[in-house]
Design a binder for this molecule. Structure first.
Ligand code: SF4
Ligand code: SF4
Length: 440
């Protein structure tokens, strides 16, 4: 008997609002100026190797990886380094350095390495290319990809899951990539299978993207290894795209508390990341751009290929501008997105979407213990207990309710009749536990 019903599991059904799904990817204009934070990824910040007034080219490395769990950063325009400033990282929420570069408008690239047949490269050489290209998980997690592709020897990987679910409302960047760049995505997957030494892969796509399912099935059938890759059509439900829920739905495997997919033999990777792996290995191109969906209260929602460091305001302007009532902007979707301090915040490697909206937060009231949040939680947790314990500063008791297993999907808060921002309580609780050094 299957452990989990592939058609049903807890979660919620927010309106998809995938208004940009039919819009082909367009190239955004080159920014006049870019701001590149050195901490665009999980792990140690990169270290700047340029200084004010240095001339740089597009694709030139401007910051070295700051350690093993770190990646370099490359200039996304040609021009001149203006200054190094301090910004709040939208990944870590910590203040850190950022390099400001004035574009010369010419987009002169560094000389890219000669193309080579990836078959002639060893695993170590492929990993080095991926690291040097500055590739991180582009589904939002921004974990350095070369680290994820090197699980420890005691964690053998038997399955790779490609996350093409894009379950967050509004976001359509991966959907368009599968439709328009599916071949590159598959080549990226093949490289990943080689590096990990894994012969089984699933491409998971929600059934609200039938065109992407058909496209990827057709491409897989034309490969020389179709039996090793399955395109899995999954019933649309939020938060299917969260790694742990996806893994549970496809394989019926449960990641242990505080663990990672590799603890149960799986590596999950996002569609955009595979495209970046393809570009680095086949074309020698470092990671300087990505597809960003701009949606919400904008005149024309679009999927834009945009250079990192571009001000969100410029991209919103390219989409016809924001509606007058808009007073808030998120990077990401409405469920897990992070509100940005200003409309001119620069986009980064993890920015898959810019959502322009009106702040509609309602006043929080006391929990009425209705249990709605418990029913909605895809991880079978008791979210109301996090609210209670954080309010009462009983942080150590949070572990009794497996808070580390919370994927911060926001399903619990979505239908909470008391308008309690439960995920904010979860984040505070996890941070306090880290400070206390308490682990389950
Ligand atoms: S849904 Fe809200 S009000 Fe209901 S039990 Fe959960 S936290 Fe309390
Ligand atoms: S407790 Fe965590 S995993 Fe469960 S619904 Fe809330 S945010 Fe999602």
């Amino acid at each position: 008997m299957a452990l989990f019903d592939k058609r049903k599991s807890p979660g919620v059904h927010p309106p998809g609002n995938k208004v940009a799904s039919g819009k082909a990817i367009e190239r955004a204009p080159l920014p006049r100026e870019i701001i590149l934070p050195l901490s665009q990824h999980i792990g140690a910040p990169a270290k700047a190797i340029v200084k004010s007034r240095d001339e740089v080219k597009t694709g030139q490395k401007i910051a070295e990886a700051g350690g093993f769990v770190s990646v370099p950063i490359h200039s996304t325009v040609s021009g001149k380094v203006k200054k190094i400033i301090q910004v709040v990282s939208s990944v870590t929420s910590q203040v850190g350095d950022a390099i400001v570069i004035e574009s010369d408008g010419r987009d002169e690239w560094i000389e890219l390495p000669r193309r080579v047949d990836p078959n002639s490269l060893s695993k170590e050489e492929l990993l080095n290319i991926i690291k040097e290209a500055g590739i991180v998980g582009m589904g939002g997690a921004t974990f350095p990809t070369h680290v994820k592709l090197q699980p420890p020897p005691n964690k053998p990987i038997d399955t790779i899951i490609i996350n093409g679910c894009e379950c967050e409302p509004y976001i359509t960047s991966d959907h368009r990539l599968m439709l328009e760049k599916g071949e590159e995505v598959l080549r990226g997957l093949w490289i990943m299978m080689r590096v990990i030494g894994c012969e089984r892969a699933y491409i998971a796509i929600e059934d609200n993207k039938p065109d992407a399912i058909t496209k990827m099935q057709s491409l897989v059938s034309k490969t020389s290894f179709p039996g090793k890759i399955t395109v899995e059509s999954l019933h649309t439900q939020y938060p299917l795209g969260a790694e742990k829920t996806l893994l549970k739905r496809i394989l019926g495997r449960e990641v242990p508390v505080g663990g990672l997919p590799m603890d149960v033999g799986v590596v999950v990777q996002n569609v955009s990341t595979l495209k970046a792996i393809h570009d680095a290995v086949y074309e020698g191109r470092p990671l300087v751009e990505r597809v960003v969906t701009v949606a919400g209260l904008v005149r024309e929602p679009m999927n834009l290929m945009a250079r990192f460091g571009t001000s969100a305001e410029e991209l919103i302007g390219f989409c016809g501008g924001a509606a007058r009532e808009a007073d808030e902007m998120l990077f990401g979707g409405p469920m897990m997105g992070i509100a940005q301090p200003a409309f001119d915040t620069p986009t980064q490697k993890g920015t898959n979407s810019i959502l322009v909206k009106k702040n509609t937060k309602m006043e929080e009231s006391n929990c009425i213990r209705c249990g709605t949040c418990v029913e909605a939680c895809p991880m079978s947790l008791m979210p109301l207990m996090y609210v209670t314990y954080v309010k009462n500063k009983k942080y150590e008791d949070l572990n009794d309710y497996w808070i580390e297993n919370c994927v911060e999907c926001g399903s619990c808060a979505y239908d909470c009749p008391a308008n309690i921002p439960i995920v904010q309580y979860v984040k505070v609780g996890k941070a306090e536990l880290r400070k206390l050094g308490v682990k389950k």
